[in-house]
Design a protein around this ligand. Structure first.
Ligand code: ATP
Ligand code: MG
Length: 513
């Protein structure tokens, strides 16, 4: 007998409906799974056979063929275990096929019939809703994730037996997960990000943080140990505007596909802060693997990626950031298919100025010129080129540590960021841009139009500091953000000078290589 059961597969961070077709026919006993099934799917054969046997159902000696349609779509997931089990039960006529009609199944099955969590439940439920599916049965641990999609019933199941009982009786044995309004979850995590008022002094670095967050400009902080670089980086997610619902759903889908959803959480509703250790491999950073998975840069989507001790990162890892920094997404190619994950992250990095950390304080720094140059040389030109802002921190002065004066705090800084974001939103409405940092040279003349005085200043800077065309454009982009923070449509000489003061080739790295 032939039956058709609904399931889904993940492509990038989206899901596509898959029909699990099951045919049981007379013939030599075989169990084949076809339809671009990866190893994990093929292994379902043994799990399904044992799970059914341990629940009292023996597969008769017959020719079993499972086809996952559409056949051209690569499938790599243990989530097909449950739909294959259900397909077998209907094909063996233990269950009438109409009992499973319109229900999508997803879940990994243990040999005893236990249903275990899988990746990507949120995108699957969203795709099911779009396709008009009325009900999904998913692993209990993933049910809360699916429950935020309105207009579709999501039931969590913990073992095969309870699914079968539910399908037969259609009772409340599998309770539907209560739909949670995603908006109501947004306050859940408020207040977990520490405040900038705890950072004493370092006003210039805080200003750089504001500009960085306002225009989504990448930032590099240099300075001696204990100056507050990591402290500042950790507080930057707090000054980025709150996630919007579509952004939150997108980020949650990435977490879900990566299998990184915190247990019991339905939605990622705050911008994340990813701070990988410098021993991380390129693959873990950008994503990949035999079965492609999103990497740290995708978990940092619309959030902060903090690379602390930048020169210590492997060249491969750092260089692999070049393409995603440009394209805001990462494409991973395999022989027969390519997946794409979003990766629009704010790159914040920090480093000591030399191996011992104390340069230019020659009373403490014992590094030779050569050692310093070698250390700085580990950061390649192309990566420095993609960093819009660079600021050098000094050790905190005693008066700042003990004084009453508290400089910029998170609330002030978020206000500035918000103001600049609104200006950008208005300006870029209907265009391909969202932030000043994305501005391409072609549109620069229009968006960063300079007056006569300002043009003369840029000419002077260009000559005096032998700027490259790239650095020239970068100063313009950053000055656009500085003007936006002030709510000004015009870019003034002050804005240009401040922007120029944050350039890496003008500040710390200049003449050091
Ligand atoms: N500006 C500051 N205001 C208040 N406390 C500070 C400041 N800078 C550093 N500290 C204190 O020093 C600790 C270490 O700071 P942090 O880790 O940010 O330094 P860092 O610049 O990242 O150093 P390293 O180069 O060693 O990574 C902080 O946890 C904090 O207690
Ligand atoms: Mg640090």
């Amino acid at each position: 007998m032939f039956t058709d059961t609904l399931s889904a597969t993940i492509q990038g961070i989206n899901a596509l409906i898959v029909h699990v077709e099951t045919d049981i026919a007379n013939g030599l006993p075989t169990f084949n799974i076809v339809g671009s099934a990866g190893t994990e799917v093929k292994e379902a054969r043994d799990r399904v056979r044992s799970a059914l046997k341990n629940n009292g159902i023996n597969i008769p000696p017959s020719r079993v063929t499972i086809n996952l349609s559409p056949g051209g779509l690569r499938k790599d997931s243990t989530a097909f275990d449950l739909p294959i089990c259900i397909g077998m039960l209907t094909a063996m006529e233990y269950l009438p096929e109409e009992y499973t009609e319109g229900i999508l199944f997803l879940g990994e099955i243990g040999l005893n019939g236990e249903i275990r969590p899988v990746r990507g439940v949120l995108p699957v439920v969203m795709a099911a809703k779009t396709e008009g599916v009325k009900e999904c049965i998913v692993p209990t641990d993933n049910a809360s994730e699916g429950s935020i999609v309105p207009g579709i019933t999501v039931r969590g199941a913990s073992d095969l037996k309870s699914v079968v009982e539910y399908l037969i009786n259609k009772d409340d044995s599998l309770l539907p997960a209560t739909h949670t309004d995603p908006e109501s979850l947004f306050n859940e995590n408020a207040g977990v990000i520490p405040d900038f008022d705890e950072v004493r002094g370092q006003e210039r670095a805080k200003r750089a943080a504001v500009i960085s967050a306002a225009g989504f400009h990448s930032l590099l902080m240099t300075g001696p140990p204990g100056a507050g670089k990591s402290m500042i980086a950790r507080r930057i997610p707090g000054i980025l505007p709150p996630l919007t619902l579509p952004e939150s759903l997108e980020l949650t889908s990435i977490y879900s596909v990566a299998g990184k959803m915190p247990k019991g959480r339905a939605l990622i509703c705050t911008r994340s802060f990813q701070s990988p250790h410098h021993t991380i491999t390129g693959q873990a950073l950008v994503g990949g693997g035999p079965v492609p998975m999103p990497g740290i840069i995708s978990l940092s989507h619309r959030s902060v990626l903090f690379l602390d001790e930048l020169p210590e990162f492997g060249r491969d890892a750092i260089e692999s950031l070049r393409q995603p920094l440009e394209e805001k997404s990462i494409r991973i190619s395999r022989i027969r298919y390519t997946v794409e994950y979003p990766a629009d992250f704010l790159l914040i990095s920090a480093m000591n100025p030399c191996p011992c950390g104390y340069f230019p304080d020659r009373n403490r720094c014992r590094c030779t010129e050569n050692e310093i140059n070698r250390y700085l040389g580990r950061i390649s030109g192309p990566i420095l080129d993609r960093i819009d802002l660079c600021t050098e921190l000094k050790s905190v002065e005693m008066k700042d540590m003990t004084g009453k004066k508290i400089g910029l705090k998170t609330s002030d800084m978020s206000e500035m960021v918000e103001k600049a974001r609104k200006m950008q939103e208005r300006r870029y409405k209907g265009t391909k841009y969202r932030f000043n940092s994305e501005l391409k040279a072609d549109d620069m003349d229009e968006v960063c139009r300079l007056g006569k005085k300002e043009s003369l200043l840029m000419e002077k800077l260009y000559k005096e500091f032998s700027l490259s065309a790239r650095s020239y454009h970068r100063i313009l982009r950053v000055s656009r953000t500085i003007a936006d923070i002030e709510g000004s449509e015009e870019i003034s000489t002050d804005h240009l000078l401040e922007a120029a003061s944050f350039r890496p080739d003008l500040e710390y790295f200049r003449n050091r290589k």
